[in-house]
Write a protein that binds this ligand. Sequence first.
Ligand SMILES: *[C@@H]1O[C@H](CO)[C@@H](O)[C@H](O)[C@H]1NC(C)=O
Ligand SMILES: *[C@@H]1O[C@H](CO)[C@@H](O)[C@H](O)[C@H]1NC(C)=O
Ligand SMILES: [Zn+2]
Length: 428
Amino acid sequence: MKLLALIFVFVAVYAKHEAYVGYKSYYVEPKTQVELKALGNLIQEFEVDVLYYPSVGREGLVLVKPQFQTAFTKTLEDIGISYRIHVEDVVKALEEDDKEIEEMERENMSRNGGVRMPYNNYQRLSVYDDYLDDIARRYPNVAKLVSPANSFEGRPIKYLKISTTNFEDTSKPIIFIEGGIHAREWIAPPTVTWAIKKLVEDVTEPDLLERFDWILMPISNPDGYEFSHRSSRFWRKTRSTHSAPFCVGVDGNRNYDFAWNTVGVSINPCADNYAGRQAFSEIETRVVRDIILENLSRMSLYITMHSFGSMILYPWGHDGSLSNNAFALQYVGVGMADAIFAKKLPHFPRYQVGNSVHVIGYRASGASEDWAHSVGVPLSYTYELPGLSNGLNGFNLNPRYIEQVCRETWEGIVVGARRSGDLFVPGP
Ligand SMILES: *[C@@H]1O[C@H](CO)[C@@H](O)[C@H](O)[C@H]1NC(C)=O
Ligand SMILES: *[C@@H]1O[C@H](CO)[C@@H](O)[C@H](O)[C@H]1NC(C)=O
Ligand SMILES: [Zn+2]
């Protein structure tokens, strides 16, 4: 009986990652802009999945399907881009990642009185939901829980509005930070809940609470987030089925109505960068759109949290040109990166700041950062949060570093907020 149970558990664990049998991951290191651009093309051609963005002279990490491995590595060799294997057996590495999370869970549950916090470990959706509910209940004068719509599969999409004046003082700029549109980027949501903790619980920067209204949405894609925990670790998209019955989901960060479906996207509904059957086809992107449009004249700063890469990216990401506000974008971006640098651990990579095409080497349309800027948000950024690049044994930043990433990211948010307030006066 015991043996049978054991076999059962084994099969279940194996089945959890079975979608990735035969996959391999590689470090790639483009040494010039030309190589970076060439790599960008290969990524499209061979359906390569970028887990850690490379930049010129800095290794990135990519996941390659079995059927493309030979052609991909041969082409890298032909072009002369250096690469080396990261993981031969992706399924095994994913099981190791699971073990790290379980270990962390055991340690913290014995030490922390059995309370799970969003920034203690890679937590399930319910931990986030409970945290948001709890903050709204304990701090009713500053925090209000809003749940504007349900996801495709019916989960409430939730955010907190944080304000000392119930959003009624229209002379205050609004800062909107959102995470988790890409389901598997598990380090993103904790950084948003950490901002909630700092503003509402710790109040270490009281000026930020007085001077601004905040909208903080840790997980904009709850269906994808749960799916990436439950079944497919590398799930990136939403879970909608309205485009094609057999191919689930849309890339939320290609679904915004800005140069929609023109570049860096796929029209194949099965692809990871499928842009959707129309712009804003997904409820998960419409919710973000509506928040931005509702009080656009007051919104000074929008940040969407992603991983990995240690990068702060700004528009335009579809063609690499610069917006009229490029100087301010660069100035505030560098300020945020410097603040993070001052608090980072020595072995974390230094942040790079710039136009997204220039930093990551390829173009993509329909991203939220571009759309938000195109409708009038003056400062709009994508954060690619840190992983430890070549110190990354598996595919998660070790959960022991979650809190560190939260702490240093907050330093960036503080500078971004203050500078946005200095530069921006809410319109009529
Ligand atoms: C959870 O455990 C890790 C590793 O021991 C530790 O760094 C972290 O502070 C713990 N968190 C809490 C809230 O106890
Ligand atoms: C926009 O501002 C108004 C008050 O001016 C507020 O009532 C409303 O909730 C705000 N909308 C969002 C999405 O925060
Ligand atoms: Zn992402």
